[in-house]
Design a protein. Structure first.
Length: 188
């Protein structure tokens, strides 16, 4: 499955090679631009449906995702599971619930995202659910690029692709990467 999905990322030009600055501030030679893949609604339904199938065994009342990258994934996973979907979005540099979205005490959520490297946005989303006394049943992502530094979210963590992608701090780039201008293609 993950080889087929990786081929689909390449076919749709959603797996980029070059010099990229990730949301975490780390630099990488590869970048998964899930929005390019998910712009094709048939592919989005199929890929997110596969993620939903991996998450189906976890009890949940709703799905939540961080904006912006997780919105399409969350909507499609929620639709596939027959659950409502809400999202957290940035306000003053941190994720918050807006738009009248509510989390009830003891309400069970699955958190979904497109790509995880360190898991900071997923952890922020988990913290929002827990701060409202909700329960996080599981985390699901299309691409887990965390490698050996897999985050511990305190609940099951599933993905469609696990790929160890080298990352580098800005002040310690390998010479070949330092020669290429860096781009930051992701969401803000």
């Amino acid at each position: 499955m993950s080889e087929d999905l990786l081929a689909l990322f390449r076919k749709t030009n959603a797996l980029l090679d070059g010099h990229f600055i990730l949301r975490s501030g780390l630099h990488s030679r590869q970048y998964f631009q899930c929005a390019i893949l998910l712009q094709h609604t048939d592919i989005a339904a199929r890929v997110c449906g596969q993620l939903a199938d991996k998450l189906r065994k976890f009890d949940c009342d709703a799905v939540i995702s961080p904006a912006l990258g997780g919105i399409i994934v969350g909507q499609e996973v929620g639709r596939s599971l027959g659950k409502r979907h809400i999202f957290a979005e940035k306000e003053d540099g941190k994720l918050v619930l807006r738009r009248g979205f509510q989390i009830s005490p003891s309400e069970k959520f699955i958190v979904v995202e497109d790509v995880v490297t360190r898991g900071g946005r997923v952890q922020e989303t988990i913290d929002i659910v827990r701060s409202h006394k909700g329960i996080v049943s599981a985390v699901g992502v299309i691409v887990d690029r965390s490698g050996e530094t897999k985050p511990d979210f305190g609940c099951p963590f599933v993905s469609l692709i696990e790929m160890a992608v080298e990352t580098f701090p800005a002040d310690n780039l390998p010479p070949d990467l330092a020669e290429i201008p860096a781009v930051k293609p992701g969401s803000k």
